[in-house]
Design a protein around this ligand. Structure first.
Ligand code: TRP
Length: 333
């Protein structure tokens, strides 16, 4: 456990257990979030937000395994239980109680206007439930129950962070100063493009991503399907399969290598077969240690349970304290 003479800044972040993480999740998010654990002045709590996960269609039979998988992947990606706390959201029911208290001070009409809610409504028209509408209220509770000041998230989550700050402000105004106004912490993550050449790598399109657990063969097969062209246009493309390959080359083999390929693209042409083979190897070299770490923890279920128990014990003490404070201020104790 980290000790520090000054009060550390609390960091909180969560991920939904929606399936195996891919390169985009890793390089664009989780890697940067986890790097924060290295700073002495930060006290980090990372959560598997399983209660958020069930606001979209899911399979209850598979769900425990999905939750466990995300726990393993957090550890595999480098979450160090000596430096940060790992929790499963539903194990700390205080989150839900605080979310209920918050729900009494936030207008329904504002929740209905959130872009994230509108998108979900469009994407899952048969699954528009109350939990989906109040999703950001529970998220505010996740953050504020630990009085977190910094929240590493992607840009898509900024409206939720704004709402969290609003709730903190309103609570403080109505019932007395209780919560800090947390800031989003945009970690410098990479943009990882889709293997299809269109948009970014995304869970929703299985043809778009390389999973963190893919073996070398699978990576090779997936790269083989990335569409290419001969470069006749004599211009470096900014979208499409070749652009994706160039970006991946840059991320995994460096800028110099990318420049070499760009030159070839504009002159004699690229031998894509060998580019893809080399790139597959370079990607696998990054994934291999992550996969080894996952297997290490997979073989040690008791260790994983102990890590969660310790994280949750730490988190729950803070959560209880904050919840009591909030209830007292609201006239409930
Ligand atoms: N809404 C976040 C996402 O979809 C997940 C999340 C839930 C979260 N609670 C949080 C992120 C608290 C940061 C802090 O990615």
């Amino acid at each position: 456990m980290k000790t520090s003479s000054t009060t550390p800044t609390r960091i909180f972040s969560g991920s939904r257990p929606t399936g195996p993480l891919h390169l985009g999740n890793y390089l664009g998010g989780i890697k940067g979030y986890l790097a924060l654990q290295e700073k002495k002045e930060y006290d980090c709590i990372y959560a598997v937000v399983d209660l958020h996960g069930i606001t979209s269609p899911y399979n209850p039979q598979n769900y425990p395994q999905q939750v466990q998988e995300l726990v393993l992947e957090y550890l595999a990606c480098g979450l160090d239980p000596e430096k940060a706390h790992l929790i499963i959201q539903s194990h700390i029911p205080e989150h839900i109680e605080l979310a209920y208290l918050f729900s009494t001070i936030y207008p329904v009409s504002r929740l209905q206007q959130l872009p994230t809610y509108k998108d979900k409504k469009k994407n899952q028209p048969h699954y528009v439930n109350l939990g989906l509408l109040s999703y950001p209220v529970l998220m505010a509770a996740d953050i504020l129950i630990y009085k977190a000041q910094l929240v590493p998230v992607g840009k898509d989550q900024l409206p939720h962070l704004e709402l969290t700050r609003e709730i903190a402000r309103k609570f403080n105004r109505l019932f007395g100063k209780t919560f800090p106004e947390p800031q989003a912490y945009l970690t410098p993550g990479a943009y990882v493009p889709s293997l299809t050449g269109q948009g970014k790598m995304s869970k929703t399109n299985s043809k778009s991503y390389i999973s963190l657990m893919d073996n070398l063969e699978t990576i090779k097969n997936k790269l083989a399907k990335v569409p290419t062209d001969t470069g006749k246009g004599k211009k470096i493309p900014s979208t499409g399969g070749v652009a994706t390959l160039f970006t991946l080359v840059q991320l995994f083999q460096g800028e110099e290598k990318r420049k070499e390929y760009e030159k070839l693209y504009l002159s004699t042409g690229i031998k894509y077969q060998s580019l893809k083979k080399e790139l597959a190897l370079a990607i696998y070299q990054v994934l291999q240690p992550i996969q080894e770490k996952r297997n290490y923890y997979l073989r040690r279920p008791k260790l994983v349970r102990d890590i969660l128990t310790a994280g949750e014990k730490y988190a729950r003490t803070i959560a209880r304290e904050t919840l009591n404070e909030a209830k007292e201020k609201m006239g409930l104790l």
